[in-house]
Design a protein. Structure first.
Length: 478
């Protein structure tokens, strides 16, 4: 009898040894990881392999994730199945996994996801469905995954989002919906996203955002809406996103910003409105943003800068007004910008820089006046800019009277002979072209120009870098 018992014990041990080994033909680089990238199907071992927490399957011809595909891998925490040929997923594919934390199905060929797919995965924290062919987000797709913190849906063909699609995601912090075909944000879509801090909606076709669309997003810090078709910013659009620090609206079709649109966003530090169709800026547009650090208004059709346009922006470091239609700047228009270090006024229609045009810019380090039509630059224009290091202009006389310690381009001392030092330095007499030359055209749909692609990529890198900085700063002790 004892021999029979011993034999049974030995058989049990042998079976355990066999079935806790790596399933053929997969590889197991460590005791926790299975890599099945060398096969085109998900192996089904005859017994449960409870020691494995990581499953990898990349670059295969796998086209379907079948019913209970992982029933014998109940302890998996992370599944990486990017870059396959997956076209369909069973609604019960992941039912037997107890504590799945992250699922990566990016770079496949999914056109739709079954409803309630994640209903039994109550622990999922990160889901990546980017770079597929999804066309819609149904209302029942993300039901009951209240633990989800990061959701990536970039680079699909999503056109519609059900207003209840994100209703259960009350722990979501990062949502990426960029590079899709979304035309509008349904009312209440973001209502329950109370923890969301980063939202990417750039490179879509959005032309309609209802007032108070971000009502529930009370912790939103980064909002990217660049390269859409937005025509106007209303007063109630960003309420009550009062923790917002960065908003990118460049390359839209914005012609107007209602006064007070940013009054609820007192923490804003970066605003990008480059490449729109703005013709004027009111003193009430940015007047409440005392913490603003960078403002990009380049490539619009702004014609003048009036007094107090930038009042109260005491922390502003960078102001970009490149490639507008600016013909005049009211004296002391920049006087409140006591922290400004960089001012870009290149490619405008300025004809004169007067004694007090730049008054108050005591900390200015860099100014670009290149490609204007300056007939007169006052010799006193830069008197208050005692920290100036670099001045760019396309006329050498603009450098007359500028200290030698300042890099002034182009500097030709011989051209300064005969200047009195108290009058304007005549630069040129050619008037700017007709005002019609300043009109802005609607940005093209579907960017193909390499220069534009490069600029957009640079903007994304900038936003990403700033987002990291904001995240790091928010985690540092006071």
């Amino acid at each position: 009898m004892k021999y029979i018992t011993a034999a049974c014990i030995l058989q049990s041990i042998l079976c355990t040894l066999v079935y806790t080994q790596c399933p053929t033909p997969c590889k197991c680089p460590d005791s926790k990881t299975i890599d099945c990238s060398s096969t085109n199907s998900i192996p089904r071992p005859p017994t449960k392999l409870t020691q494995y927490t990581n499953f990898i399957m990349r670059g295969t011809q796998l086209s379907n994730i079948p019913y209970n595909a992982f029933e014998n891998y109940p302890s998996l925490l992370h599944i990486d199945m990017k870059q396959n040929q997956i076209r369909s997923v069973s609604s019960q594919a992941f039912d037997k996994i107890l504590f799945l934390s992250s699922l990566d199905l990016s770079n496949n060929k999914l056109t739709a996801m079954p409803g309630n797919l994640f209903v039994r995965i109550s622990t999922l924290a990160e889901l990546d469905l980017s770079n597929n062919k999804l066309t819609a987000i149904p209302g029942n797709l993300f039901v009951r995954i209240s633990t989800l913190a990061e959701l990536f849906l970039s680079n699909n063909n999503i056109q519609t989002i059900d207003s209840n699609a994100f209703k259960s995601l009350d722990s979501l912090k990062i949502l990426k919906l960029d590079n899709n075909a979304i035309t509008k944000i349904p009312y209440n879509t973001l209502k329950n996203l109370k923890q969301i801090s980063t939202l990417y909606l750039n490179f879509n076709k959005i032309n309609q955002i209802p007032d108070s669309a971000f009502t529930g997003a009370i912790n939103l810090k980064i909002l990217d809406l660049q390269s859409n078709r937005i025509a106007a910013i209303s007063k109630n659009l960003l309420q009550p996103a009062n923790l917002l620090k960065l908003i990118s609206l460049n390359r839209n079709r914005i012609t107007s910003i209602e006064d007070g649109s940013f009054n609820s966003n007192l923490m804003l530090e970066h605003i990008d409105l480059n490449g729109n169709m703005l013709t004027k800026i009111s003193k009430k547009t940015f007047g409440s943003l005392s913490k603003l650090v960078e403002l990009d208004l380049g490539y619009n059709a702004i014609s003048s800068i009036s007094a107090k346009t930038f009042a109260n922006l005491k922390q502003l470091h960078v102001l970009m007004l490149t490639s507008n239609c600016v013909t005049s700047i009211t004296d002391s228009a920049f006087k409140d910008l006591m922290s400004l270090k960089t001012l870009l006024l290149s490619s405008n229609r300025l004809t004169v820089i007067k004694d007090n045009t730049l008054k108050g810019l005591n900390n200015l380090v860099f100014i670009n006046l290149f490609n204007n039509y300056l007939a007169c630059t006052s010799s006193k224009a830069f008197t208050s800019a005692t920290k100036l290091q670099t001045l760019h202009s396309n006329f050498s006389k603009a450098c007359c009277g500028i200290p030698a310690s300042v890099t002034c381009m182009p500097r030709v001392p011989a051209n300064c002979a005969g200047n009195s030092g108290t009058t304007c330095l005549n630069v040129m007499a050619t008037p700017p072209p007709a005002s019609g030359m300043c009109s802005r055209s609607i940005p093209p749909t579907g960017t193909t120009n390499n220069a534009v692609r490069t600029e957009n990529k640079a903007n994304q890198i900038m936003i990403f870098a700033i987002s990291i900085a904001i995240t790091l700063l928010s985690t540092m002790p006071a």
